[in-house]
Design a protein around this ligand. Structure first.
Ligand SMILES: C[S@@+](CC[C@H](N)C(=O)[O-])C[C@H]1O[C@@H](n2cnc3c(N)ncnc32)[C@H](O)[C@@H]1O
Length: 260
């Protein structure tokens, strides 16, 4: 990927382009179990050094691998449902969801970085070369132009986010996005897997969720095969949380539920 191919829209407000470009791109197979393998173009400098400090969407982060494993272990979570991935980066997680689905088109992968979107598009083509129904790829900057996105794509049964809790200023826009784009049903969920890189982050996540009436529940991941392969320092910081709408009245009978 050449420097001049960097289009910058969205990201130039926040980052210096060369931070996001690394010469070590390579195609690699990611096996997530149960026969699901995704072939990805990504940066290979995994986890340490300059790539990690750049916080790019051009490598596959441990959170994406752990959440991919989680949905492979419970394919019914995504199989027949509409799925949106936020900050999808290389697209591993969304592509796994699409491979589990009988209708991959129900899966939409998004990011706000145009270089990342180019790479994601290449990864979609590589994994769905001949199918007539393939996952979609779209620009989405959290909190912005949500009405337009909604009219183009509708609401989603499941929203996925892997390692998208990085900068505190984006936590509220992220949850605003989830609030606007998550179907208003009891089974709708936002699955968030992230590395808690500084202590106050976790509280901020729950605060932002509460502001949009989403209830979070931490999911135990010790049994997750991919999680168990991670280094201890990564394990210690990794969280998987399931957020659902907070309904005012729980339906104990067949009575109609009211929502906030
Ligand atoms: C650390 S990477 C994670 C990528 C991928 N989900 C993974 O786990 O491998 C964070 C991703 O979020 C995207 N991102 C950051 N801020 C964003 C924003 N405000 N709106 C949309 N995407 C954003 C970045 O471009 C990047 O692809």
């Amino acid at each position: 990927m050449e420097m001049e191919n960097w289009k910058g829209e969205g990201m130039e407000r926040h980052f210096w382009p060369p931070m996001f470009l690394d010469p070590s791109y390579r195609w690699e197979d990611y096996s997530v179990g149960r026969g699901v393998t995704v072939r990805l173009l990504a940066v290979q400098d995994g986890g340490e050094g300059k790539t990690a400090s750049c916080l790019t969407g051009q490598m596959v982060w441990p959170a994406a691998r752990v959440l991919s494993q989680y949905i492979v272990d419970q394919p019914e979570l995504v199989q027949t449902r509409t799925v949106l991935e936020l900050g999808a980066g290389t697209g591993l997680l969304g592509l796994v969801a699409a491979k589990l689905s009988p209708c991959p088109r129900k899966v939409v992968l998004t990011d706000n970085n145009m270089t990342t979107l180019d790479m994601m598009e290449a990864n979609i083509e590589e994994n769905f070369p001949t199918q007539t129904t393939i996952p979609r790829c779209a620009h989405l900057h959290w909190g912005e132009n949500l009405d337009k996105f909604l009219s183009d794509h509708g609401k989603f049964d499941v929203i996925l986010g892997a390692d998208v809790i990085l900068w505190t200023q984006y936590i509220r826009p992220l949850f605003k996005t989830v609030k606007n784009l998550l179907s208003q049903t009891e089974t709708a969920m936002f699955l968030l897997c992230y590395q808690c890189r500084y202590t106050e982050l976790k509280d901020k996540v729950y605060e932002a969720a509460k502001e949009v009436n989403l209830l979070g529940k931490e999911i135990q991941i010790q049994e997750n095969a991919t999680f168990s392969e991670l280094e201890d320092k990564t394990k210690d910081t990794l969280h998987l949380i399931k957020f659902c709408h907070q309904f005012v009245n729980k339906c104990e009978t067949n009575a109609v539920c009211s929502t906030i």
